[in-house]
Design a binder for this molecule. Structure first.
Ligand SMILES: *[C@@H]1O[C@H](CO)[C@@H](O)[C@H](O)[C@H]1NC(C)=O
Ligand SMILES: *[C@@H]1O[C@H](CO)[C@@H](O)[C@H](O)[C@H]1NC(C)=O
Ligand SMILES: *[C@@H]1O[C@H](CO)[C@@H](O)[C@H](O)[C@H]1NC(C)=O
Length: 377
């Protein structure tokens, strides 16, 4: 998560999640103000960016493998209901610029990556500084601004954040974000990991399901910036190993079940801005997650952002946080299993039934100003 700068500060800190039940098939609403885009019955083939305009006329689009020229966005807006497939690897030429490297827009699109790679060539950009300095990095690498389904692709070595999801009503499945190469330091990063701010998924839409995905990176696995009905299930988050405490790495979601988080600095985290007002985080449900090998905080809910466990504010309410069924959290010896740092019992409110949480290891837990039941720190 990149948290300096106005946009990031506003969007990151106003988590608005409304997840009281697993959403049923949500109505697929067309993007406001965009007229229907009707495709012709044809197959459009894309072997270079100059093929895109013609291919966008067709209801079936096949993208071959090629190198996207440096400094250009591969921007595709297929007709409503189109099927898009990838049949080879896309590599993105190196240039210092803001990106994104590829974006898919549209309504009711079926995107199948065919198991192919999108290679962002992050190793050419990484300098340990992420988005806070150094090389200008395309960010995000991939913008998914569509409804429908997006599946079966590997995002390799994103220069900064990997995937931004802006669209509503979308299921993302079988996507691998593989930034494992960024965990080792390089000649520019000193003792720090070379990769930084390499978030897996950042979401800012509604009715988003992310399932069966794997993220290996150096920052958030999932970061929910705003939106309702975000379901994160059956995913694996593998983070950076021991010993890197300089930055925040965390997994952050609003409804999540059957996920595995291994060896990251933080497991489950909700953070709200100490001074913001008028936002609410509500109905966060954790179910059947396995969190192991955490080096800092297994579960952290903190109203003191940008500090960690500093003086909490009360302007962003967190209402209803539950751990259902069975969630296990085990942390390393110098970590804390559970830390809750709320400003008051009116800013952390509602039902906090944590009977489905078992936490072990580390230096203990603290719960401050939250109505937690079923779990004792
Ligand atoms: C779709 O539109 C209907 C009717 O306007 C509305 O009730 C519903 O909330 C919308 N759904 C989404 C996902 O925006
Ligand atoms: C998202 O896609 C819609 C078309 O479906 C387009 O009108 C809009 O500009 C796109 N938004 C961004 C941020 O690209
Ligand atoms: C919190 O949960 C209670 C009951 O469990 C429910 O009545 C209330 O509407 C929930 N709050 C929100 C904001 O949905």
């Amino acid at each position: 998560m990149f948290t300096s700068g106005l946009i990031a500060a506003l969007s990151v800190l106003s988590l608005l999640s409304q997840v009281s039940a697993i959403p049923s098939a949500a109505p697929r609403n067309r993007t406001l103000n965009s007229p229907p885009k009707i495709g012709k019955r044809c197959t459009g083939e894309i072997q270079s960016l100059s093929d895109i305009a013609a291919a966008e006329e067709c209801d079936t689009i096949v993208i071959g493998g090629f190198t996207v020229p440096a400094g250009e966005t591969f921007s595709l807006t297929p007709p409503d209901g189109a099927s898009v497939s990838l049949t080879g690897e896309l590599t993105f030429g190196f240039e210092e610029w803001s990106g994104p490297l590829i974006e898919i827009n549209g309504n009711d699109i079926t995107f199948d990556g065919g198991g192919n790679d999108l290679d962002g060539q992050g190793t050419l950009y990484w300098d340990g500084q992420g988005l806070s300095g150094g090389t200008t990095k395309p960010d995000p690498m991939l913008t998914i601004n569509m409804s429908g389904s997006f599946s079966n692709i590997q995002i390799v070595n994103s220069p900064a954040r990997a995937v931004s999801v802006n669209g509503d009503s979308i299921t993302i499945s079988d996507v691998i974000v593989n930034n494992a190469a960024g965990t080792a330091p390089n000649s520019l990063s000193g003792d720090n990991p070379a990769g930084s701010n390499t978030d897996g998924f950042d979401t800012a839409g509604n009715d988003i399901t992310i399932t069966g995905c794997t993220v290996n990176n150096q920052d958030d696995c999932l970061s929910i910036n705003k939106g309702t009905n975000i379901v994160f299930e059956n995913n694996v988050c593998e983070g950076i190993g021991h010993g890197f405490h300089q930055q925040r790495y965390n997994c952050f979601w609003s409804y999540n079940q059957w996920n595995t988080v291994t060896g990251t600095v933080n497991g489950l985290r909700i953070k709200t801005d100490a001074t913001a007002t008028g936002s609410i985080v509500e109905n966060v449900v954790y179910e059947n997650n396995v969190i192991t090998g955490i080096t800092e905080f297994g579960v952290i809910i903190d109203q003191s952002y940008p500090d960690t466990l500093g003086t909490p504010g009360t302007g962003v309410v967190i209402e209803n946080v539950s751990f259902d069924d069975s969630n296990t959290v085990s942390v390393e010896s110098d970590a804390n299993a559970v830390e809750v740092n709320c400003g008051s019992t009116s800013s952390c409110t509602g039902t906090w039934d944590w009977s489905g949480l078992s936490a072990s290891g580390g230096e203990g837990s603290t719960i401050k100003n939250a109505p937690v039941t079923g779990f004792t720190a």
